[in-house]
Design a protein around this ligand. Structure first.
Ligand SMILES: C[S@@+](CC[C@H](N)C(=O)[O-])C[C@H]1O[C@@H](n2cnc3c(N)ncnc32)[C@H](O)[C@@H]1O
Length: 535
């Protein structure tokens, strides 16, 4: 009866219902993607000969931005820059808009819309991000995505486009097809996920590790089972999930007037991990950069790419410009594997990152620089500061008689090599991080807001950090700059009491307070190192 009386509201309901898409029905766990941050794109652009806009005064567009988990923290960290995100799914956008309004951020706009229908009257952008979109949309949307890159990028702008790649995508598709076969005819999202997981578990448990195929299959299936359910539903079980050969992707990008800048994970473009003879053959096969990348994909069995593009009119360098390194900030998580680094020339020291990237060097100034970076980690230091400190420590050992200019040139070449191997990190700008906890610590408002919603928060380095324990999350949410140590201690005490988790050894309250004080100090120190405290 209502339907006949109130035709207008009926119409609105139909419109809303037909607009709901799979990303509205099953949430996609969108996180922060450090490799899409304009700072990362700027560094690679500068090394490649571009002159991109300064990161702290730029415009950024994200296509398929989901709930804004990537864009909103960027916008908070770069208050003088302007951010626009667009997504087809209404619910994630509404979620993101709530985050923006709760945080009172005014330099980001999240728009609910289809990129094929977008009016595109947003002006030009210096950085454009399309993460997790290209392989998951029909051909006309892919073409539109590249057309927007061409039409909306500023002349020196950089676009990030990620997609599933071949030949590795064939292996991934093999499992995807098995799961799609198993869930054929199952409509309900939850049941599709449940059935797909059940098949993956059955297949994984059935494999012993006696042959290579089974070993590989088991590892892949276990990876799938580790996935969040939303990822499994939207990635493996997606209706559309098309991998591309790099050459084919570049054919389409070129047709839209775009050219290849590089990969957002810079080290992926290098062949350090192969033997000298493999590298020589690769050099013969690689008649140009695009072919070299394609053969590298064959060698690495690549399954995912994060490609950076710019306008074809830009004159790019064929080799990265080492002299540009002197304008960057540098950091490195690498540890010296040969004990305390011996700075004397001719003595080799080895370094390794937690992710396993390794290098060896006997270059005295380089070893001194690595020691400086090791002490400063995770803080990035300006190149000049690294240089000065390294010069002092290496000359104290009476090993360096080079003049400054030569030393600067050699050190920048050395650090560039380590950047290509994934051992050091470069930044074009310094985030607003605190070096220590201070008297009244302030955590990033974005992380404080996120800590109220769940256990994943975004650091000022634009990295997703999991804060699993409740006390850690509550502590983070209290750090608004109004509370000193005494007030924080009091809150922790009350929280522990309410949780019946307060331990008072032998009834000694003073000792219990001292223990909590110590643990508070450690936790604050940890938050500072993770880049969660604002400077
Ligand atoms: C796999 S998710 C990736 C989300 C986010 N970029 C990330 O990487 O975490 C793909 C997103 O693209 C959005 N999307 C798909 N087709 C779209 C279109 N034609 N226009 C705008 N957004 C679209 C979906 O709604 C979804 O939020």
């Amino acid at each position: 009866m209502n339907r006949q009386v109130d035709g207008h509201s009926d119409f609105r309901e139909t419109v809303i219902q037909t607009r709901l898409i799979s990303y509205d029905l099953v949430a996609y766990p969108s996180y922060t993607h450090p490799q899409t941050h304009p700072d990362r794109l700027a560094v690679i652009g500068i090394l490649s000969g571009l002159e991109p806009a300064p990161v702290n005064r730029c415009r950024v567009l994200e296509l398929g931005c989901g709930n804004g988990s990537n864009l909103v923290p960027m916008a908070w960290g770069l208050p003088e820059s302007d951010f626009v995100g667009i997504d087809l799914a209404a619910r994630p956008i509404a979620c993101g808009q709530r985050m923006v309004s709760d945080l009172g951020i005014t330099n980001v706009r999240l728009i609910h819309g289809n990129i094929t229908e977008a009016k595109q009257d947003w002006g030009k952008f210096d950085y454009l991000i399309a993460h997790g979109l290209f392989s998951w949309v029909p051909a006309e949307v892919r073409e539109q995505l590249l057309a927007i890159c061409r039409g909306s990028l500023a002349p020196q702008g950089i676009a990030f486009v990620s997609y599933n790649a071949l030949p590795g995508g064939y292996l991934r598709n093999m499992l995807r097809e098995m799961m799609l076969f198993h869930v054929r005819g199952v409509e309900a999202a939850e049941e599709r996920v449940r059935q797909a997981q059940a098949l993956a578990r059955f297949l994984a448990e059935a494999q012993d590790t006696r042959d290579e195929y089974r070993l590989w299959l088991k590892a892949e299936l276990e990876g799938i089972l580790d996935h969040d359910e939303g990822h499994l539903y939207h990635d493996e079980l997606a209706e559309l999930n098309e991998p591309f050969y790099f050459t084919r992707f570049m054919e389409r990008a070129t047709a839209h007037g775009l050219q290849y800048v590089g990969e957002a994970d810079y080290f992926e473009m290098f062949d350090h991990s192969f033997s000298e003879s493999v590298r020589q053959t690769l050099a013969q096969l690689a008649l140009n950069r695009i072919l070299r990348e394609q053969y590298l994909d064959f060698l690495k069995c690549r399954r995912f790419r994060q490609t950076l593009l710019c306008h074809r009119e830009v004159c790019l360098r064929t080799e990265p410009q080492a002299e540009k390194v002197t304008g960057f900030l540098v950091s490195s998580p690498a540890e010296c594997m040969t004990g305390a680094s011996d700075l004397r020339p001719g003595i080799v020291s080895a370094y390794q990152t937690p992710k396993g990237a390794r290098c060896e060097t006997d270059f005295a100034l380089g070893k001194a620089a690595m020691a400086v970076l090791g002490r400063a980690w995770p803080m990035p230091l300006p190149f000049e500061e690294v240089m000065q400190q390294a010069m002092i420590s290496s000359s104290q050992e009476r090993v360096s008689d080079q003049n400054d200019a030569q030393a600067r040139e050699r050190l920048s070449e050395f650090l560039l090599k380590l950047y290509s191997a994934g051992i050091v990190e470069f930044r074009a700008s310094l985030p607003l991080i605190a070096r220590g906890a201070g008297e009244r610590p302030v955590a990033s408002p974005v992380a404080r807001w996120q800590a109220e919603q769940g256990d994943v928060v975004t650091s000022l380095f634009h990295i997703a950090v999991k804060v699993e324990d409740e006390i850690g999350r509550r502590l983070l949410s209290w750090l608004d700059g109004t509370l000193d140590r005494k007030a924080l201690l009091e809150r922790i005490w009350i929280l522990l009491e309410s949780k019946k988790a307060l331990v008072i050894p032998n009834g000694d309250e003073t000792a219990a307070r001292r223990a909590i004080e110590l643990s508070l100090e450690n936790n604050l120190e940890k938050l500072a190192r993770l880049g969660l405290l604002v400077g």
